[in-house]
Design a protein around this ligand. Structure first.
Ligand code: PLP
Length: 359
């Protein structure tokens, strides 16, 4: 069986066409059952006794995060998602409240940074929104910010950012760097970036449950009191076991194998959607991510298209309003983000539906 066949067979049959992994992938039976089994065990033996039994599974999940981030000594927390991860990190920051990020920074991240009192500087990018590493290195060297916040893959485009190179520049300059890997973890190579801290959500490319995420930080980045608060605070152990299962399944496939397959999915998706009348694929066909952004024909509202795709064809996509990346997006778009089980027939159906709706 191929990776695609295994992926499909491992989860409930999809009702229609699901090309929405950048929003939320489909969990495996094993992950779903891990959460359900834990809930049952809580009812049988008591929630705190069940938590003790689950502890080794969660520790295996944390070890998987250390492997996948290439941060072998890191402190790993299970969070409620990427937003929570960023909030914890910004809350820990004791330095000057200013940071540099990309112009395509995720809108809700910008809101959180502003709420936490951070001044925002932007790094130089090319026309596609990809960081210009040489220019960014010069900008950072000329006026080093207290902190860099770097989003490896945005919510609004499939352009992969060279996080390894930017982290290396930061290291040379002694500027700490936090990586937002909400769209990168389980999708792109996140090992060996050399970030000081990295966070992600479980539900996206890793195909874990909603409502949980991961945060890995170099020792000393998270204060003792935050580690204690997180360990005492109430948490959904059942979902953490499901997340740990998804991490194990990812490692069993092999992160590089998954990355290659997802790159191929991105190429196939863009090739299938490249010539739709009036629509423009934002990324070049070969862009090494599985996210495809479609800019609509003039006069076509992508939020109505998203709704129509769902209602008429049971095709799940994402509407991208400009608030996703308010400093970069100028018009709304439609996002198509299949996982490895997408078929040529799925993409053909989507292409035909888009032509028919825009007509
Ligand atoms: C780039 C990026 N950062 C952060 C987030 C926030 O993730 P969460 O909803 O898990 O808090 C998202 C969610 O789509 C995202 O795409």
């Amino acid at each position: 069986m191929t990776l695609a066949d295994n992926w499909r067979a491992a989860r409930p049959p999809v009702a229609g066409v699901h090309v929405d992994s950048a929003a939320c992938s489909r969990q495996s039976f094993t992950a779903i059952e891990a959460a359900a089994r834990h809930a049952r065990h809580e009812a049988e033996v008591g929630g705190y006794v069940a938590a003790e039994v689950a502890a080794p599974a969660l520790e295996a999940g944390r070890a998987a995060v250390r492997t996948l981030t290439g941060m072998p000594n890191s402190d790993v927390l299970f969070t409620t998602g990427s937003h929570n991860g960023l909030d914890i990190l910004l809350g820990e920051w004791t330095g000057e409240r200013a940071l540099a990020c990309l112009p395509g920074e995720f809108g809700p991240n910008l809101l959180l940074m502003a709420m936490r009192g951070f001044q925002i500087r932007t790094l130089p990018v090319d026309d596609s929104g990809r960081v210009d590493v040489a220019a960014a290195a010069a900008t950072l060297a000329a006026n080093p910010p207290p902190l860099v916040h770097f989003t490896i893959l945005g919510s609004h485009s499939g352009i992969v950012q060279p996080a390894h190179q930017v982290a290396s520049v930061c290291r040379e300059l002694g500027v700490p760097i936090i990586v937002d890997a909400a769209q990168g973890f389980g999708h792109l190579d996140c090992a060996g970036i050399g970030a000081d801290a990295l966070y992600s959500s479980a539900r996206k490319w890793l195909a874990g449950p909603r409502g949980v995420g991961i945060l890995a930080a170099r020792p000393g980045w998270l204060t003792e009191s935050t580690m204690l608060r997180m360990s005492y605070g109430e948490k959904n152990i059942g979902l953490h076991t499901a997340l740990s299962v998804a991490l194990g399944e990812h490692l069993a496939v092999g992160a590089p194998t998954m990355q290659t397959a997802l790159r191929e999915v991105g190429v196939a998706t863009r090739a299938a959607l490249a010539h739709l009348p009036g629509w423009r694929v934002v990324e070049s066909v070969e862009e090494p991510s599985a996210i495809t952004t479609l800019s609509p024909p003039d006069g076509v509202d992508p939020s109505a298209v998203r709704a129509e795709l769902l209602a008429q064809y049971s095709i799940v996509t994402t509407y991208l309003g400009v608030e996703r990346a308010p400093r970069e997006m100028t018009r709304p778009a439609l996002r198509v983000s299949p996982h490895v089980d997408v078929t040529a027939a799925d993409l053909e159906m989507l292409a035909e539906a888009l032509v028919s709706i825009a007509r």
